[in-house]
Design a protein around this ligand. Structure first.
Ligand code: TXA
Ligand code: MG
Length: 349
């Protein structure tokens, strides 16, 4: 892979204009959204999309989300349905991604959609992301701006830790407000299926559907996030270097503690997601906390990260999902398949 000097751009008018010019020229620019930083590329340019997969070490069969400035731009790329319009009106701009059949005249190249007939579209709400998408006026493909399998970035410094030298620029938008990736819904047959829990709580989607008399949200089997049938079926993602131990009821001096609510005593190192047990605050601090405990825990010679129980309601469902993946058995090297298991889950790279 070629090495480039990665520029850090201020998120002012000049920085946004520079970022847009780089994207137009087929270069890679990471930018902050309300969820996490995305690694952006012009979705119409196959060579730019290939560079995204290469920079992340991401399997080519895992499709990217096309980011656009508003729902009109989204429905120029995918086929609009009444259910899609209902969800778009309620939650866009915001942390929701909709998977719909791509339109025949979609400008998103086949490589970005991994050759699928469907396309994932999202309208982010961050003001800088909005400014960038409006300046560019075309879809931007943007996976989370981390090496595949590692913890997602919620600050510009996290992007540089993982991708400096592999991307052209990062637009520094400060810390991401939500801190967890978007909720991904697949819409077919007039019903929504939750593919990835995320920044819009499933309960909020369910309430909207119930109020409009639309078929209920299809959820994974009960307990799928809390206790996967076979840990080997969960591809390792969001993974720090230290192993994770979930739902810890106690801890000790050889562990780094990811606390939620009043912290357990006795850990070698503690990061509290939210002393008051506030799920939105905890979500916004999750990825930074995993990185901090990993860096300092390794330095102190600690053995693992113990995670206190997090409820599976609201944003807790998405937090539990990311933590389950972070705790899943590791591939022998990043991005490698697990012996005897599917190469990668479709959701979550
Ligand atoms: O919040 C987010 O969604 C962030 C920010 C940058 O927008 N992006 C993000 O992208 O998380 P990524 O690539 O890390 O995750 C996108 C997920 C992947 O699990 C991918 O498999 C799924 O969306 N996806 C994309 N296109 C799809 C499609 N056509 N069908 C099913 N799943 C799809
Ligand atoms: Mg990702």
């Amino acid at each position: 892979m070629r090495t480039v000097r990665t520029q850090r751009l201020d998120a002012d008018d000049a920085g946004i204009a520079r970022a847009a010019a780089l994207l137009r020229a087929g270069r890679l620019v990471a930018f902050g959204t309300e969820t996490v930083y995305g690694l952006g590329a012009d979705a119409a340019q196959p060579q730019a999309i290939e560079a995204v997969f290469a920079a992340k070490g991401r399997p080519r069969h895992n499709p990217l989300i096309a980011h656009v400035a508003d729902s009109d731009a989204a429905f120029r790329q995918v086929r609009e349905t009444p259910l899609a319009r209902l969800l778009a009106d309620a939650f866009w701009p915001g942390p929701l991604t909709l998977v719909l059949p791509a339109r025949a005249d979609s400008t998103v190249c086949a490589a970005a959609a991994a050759g699928l007939a469907t396309l994932a579209v999202r309208v982010p709400s961050g003001t800088v992301a909005q400014g960038l998408l409006r300046a560019l006026d075309r879809p931007v493909a943007a996976p989370s701006a981390n090496p595949s399998g590692r913890v997602s970035p919620s600050e510009a410094a996290h992007v540089l830790e993982g991708l400096a030298g592999r991307i052209d620029a990062v637009l520094d938008c400060g810390p991401c407000a939500v801190g967890l990736e978007s909720t991904v819904l697949e819409l077919s047959g007039g019903q929504a299926t939750l593919l990835r829990p995320g920044g819009i709580a499933a309960e909020a989607i369910e309430a909207l559907l119930a109020a409009r008399g639309v078929p209920a949200l299809r959820l994974p089997a009960p307990g799928a996030y809390a206790a996967p049938a076979s840990p080997g079926m969960l591809a390792s993602h969001y993974a720090p270097t230290l192993p994770l131990r979930l739902d810890a009821a106690g801890t000790g001096p050889d562990e780094a503690l990811l606390a939620f609510g009043p912290a357990l005593p006795g850990a070698g190192l503690t990061w509290n997601l939210s002393p008051d047990g506030d799920l939105a605050q905890a979500a916004s601090r999750l990825f930074a906390g995993l990185r901090w405990l990993d860096t300092h825990g390794l330095r102190l010679g600690l053995l693992r990260i113990a995670v206190m129980p997090i409820p599976s309601r609201g944003l807790g469902l998405a937090m539990r999902d990311r933590l389950q993946r972070a705790a899943a058995p590791r591939a022998p090297f990043p991005g490698a398949p697990f012996p005897g298991t599917p190469v990668l889950e479709r959701i979550g790279a």
